[in-house]
Write a protein that binds this ligand. Structure first.
Ligand SMILES: O=C(O)C(=O)CO
Length: 332
């Protein structure tokens, strides 16, 4: 009997051993396509017609483009699962997948430490205003001339975490180690054992009373531009904004204006609305610390993520279900 097929979209970089064991239960196929057009052509020619599950990486979007309605509709009828190697799955049109009966998984948990570490790094860097002096030093001007204003300590500052999933909860513990006072807002209030005693507040109160606002929520139709002009206008003057979630949860143009007006004192950003493009107003502003989407960019975390995603593929092949289906499809 021939083996079922697994379609690999993107590269396996670390978990080669775990990936190799999949070949005991499935035949691995890879597209030859180097562009979306070529991928669509290959799919229409029937090249992937026996694949039941696809493993996809975040970067595979550079070949296939978004997994939007057009793409979902040309995927083979045999394909029942997409195992996405990442926590955020905004590259995938879930509605289109659900309509076609395709179940999608993501990678929670494995990403929590590394992403929360980056949030903490940006929080400290933005509070202390390290960006300007790091640049001055490299240009041979020591702290800069004039030297930068004094920074601020995290101790005693109120951090508002918007989105209290795995990363938000991990950040809570890290922020508490720096003696920050944690409050959060989430779609639903968490039970005490999950919130760890953090204070739940309505969004408006979070915005009005936080010294640091950390964005840790997924990007979807409801959260796109959840932070825009109206929200900046009610924030504490001098607030610090940190985003390691997805660029588009913040209206970047409105953030540039809020920074220019001094409503936002400084920002730390790992993610952007149109990666790899960064709004010129953010690049030009010395009070903004910028990272090129490096939240999970460690050997350990990338390995854990691949292993987790391979587990999803294995379960799909062997048991016809996923280890970590996305929340929206839990009942499917
Ligand atoms: O896992 C994700 O969603 C990422 O953005 C990786 O940095």
């Amino acid at each position: 009997m021939s083996k079922v097929q697994v379609l690999l979209l993107g590269e396996i970089e670390h978990a080669h051993k775990e990936w190799a064991t999949l070949s005991e239960i499935a035949e691995i196929i890879e597209p030859k396509a180097r562009s979306r057009e070529e991928f669509i052509k290959e799919a229409k020619e029937g090249t992937f017609d026996s694949a039941i599950v696809a493993f996809r990486t975040f970067n595979s979007v550079t070949i296939t483009g978004l997994i939007d309605e057009e793409l979902v509709n040309i995927l083979p009828k045999s394909l029942k699962f997409i195992a996405h190697n990442g926590a955020g799955y905004d590259q995938i049109d879930l509605h289109a997948c659900t309509e076609r009966g395709i179940r999608v998984s993501n990678v929670p948990t494995a990403v929590d430490d590394a992403t929360a570490d980056v949030s903490m790094f940006l929080i400290l860097g933005a509070l202390r205003g390290f960006n300007t002096s790091m640049f001055a030093l490299r240009k041979g001007h020591w702290k800069g001339s004039p030297p930068p204003p004094l920074g601020h300590d995290p101790q005693g500052k109120v951090i508002g975490i918007l989105g209290m999933g795995g990363i938000g909860r991990n950040l809570k513990k890290k922020a508490e180690a720096f003696d920050m006072e944690v409050q959060y807002h989430n779609r639903t209030k968490l039970p005490e054992e999950l919130s760890g005693g953090a204070k739940y507040v309505p969004l408006e109160e979070l915005l009005k009373t936080s010294d640091v606002l950390s964005l840790n929520l997924p990007l979807n139709k409801q959260t796109r531009h959840i932070i825009s002009t109206k929200e900046f206008e009610i924030m504490k003057p001098g607030v610090i904004i940190v985003n390691t979630a997805r660029g588009a949860v913040v209206d970047e143009a409105a953030l540039v204006v809020a920074l220019d007006k001094g409503i936002v004192a400084s920002a730390g950003l790992d993610v952007f609305e149109e990666e790899p493009k960064v709004h010129p107003g953010l690049v030009a502003n010395p009070h903004v610390m910028l990272l090129p989407h490096m939240g999970t960019w460690t050997v350990e975390t990338q390995t854990k993520m691949e292993v987790w995603c391979i587990d999803n593929v294995r379960m799909a092949v062997e048991q016809g279900k996923l280890k970590s289906p996305v929340g929206e499809q839990k009942g499917m």
